[in-house]
Design a binder for this molecule. Structure first.
Ligand code: NI
Length: 217
């Protein structure tokens, strides 16, 4: 199968599977990640075929929705790409990216090593920042029945994936446990640049949130 055909078929497959998903991991999230990834990938000189396939498939079966099982996403992606007769080295690369793309706690090591992986991870992280990041944070919290905020529950800097995935904290803590940490962890120059204004916007949002919460505004 030609590369362009594999990409088009994958787009249809993912759209079909994730359209209307309600936790912020729907088709339009994937659509945005793909666009960011192609933009960053071009600037970084990455292999855009790998970047596009990995971006399209990155949330196909996220551990957050498979009872913490991180092996489902890479497996589903591999099976899909095998069904299209995509070359084995491309399949290995794409499923490896999907295996390691997620944030796994403040103290957990990032295992993304290839340029294409770094590009797709940055693209996904941009979607966790800014106005869209805020919207997705609360959509995900609501999906998981988490409260918006509880001042008696303080943020925890998770030292590894085991404690991070068990986390049942409120949505405001998610800013401190993950979202505000991402700017410093962007892999590429383009990713860092694009993260800047989104990060500032989240800080402004939190400032206003606490102003209102404490009756100061
Ligand atoms: Ni994602």
């Amino acid at each position: 199968m030609l590369n362009a055909e594999a990409v088009t078929a994958t787009e249809k497959f993912v759209r079909n599977k994730l359209e209307g998903e309600g936790s912020g991991h729907d088709w339009w999230h994937v659509f945005q990640v793909r666009n960011h990834a192609l933009l960053i990938g071009k600037e970084e000189g990455a292999d855009l075929y790998i970047v596009e396939l990995a971006a399209l498939l990155h949330d196909i079966a996220d551990w957050k929705f498979t009872d913490g099982d991180e092996t489902v996403g890479p497996r589903v992606a591999r099976e899909w790409l095998e069904s299209l007769a995509v070359a084995e080295d491309a399949i290995r690369h794409v499923s490896g990216i999907i295996e390691h793309i997620s944030f796994k706690g403040a103290g957990a090591e990032n295992k993304i090593t290839t340029l294409e992986g770094k590009v797709v991870q940055d693209a996904d992280r941009l979607e966790a920042l800014g106005a869209i990041g805020i919207a997705r944070c609360f959509a995900y919290g609501g999906h998981k029945c988490k409260p918006i905020y509880d001042p008696t529950v303080k943020p925890v800097m998770h030292d590894g994936f085991a404690s991070y995935k068990k986390n049942q904290s409120h949505s405001i803590n998610h800013f401190y446990e993950k979202l505000l940490l991402l700017k410093e962890r962007m892999n590429t120059a383009a990713g860092k640049r694009l993260a800047e204004s989104r990060h500032c916007f989240m800080e402004q949002f939190l400032e206003q949130f606490f102003k209102e919460w404490e009756g100061r505004g």
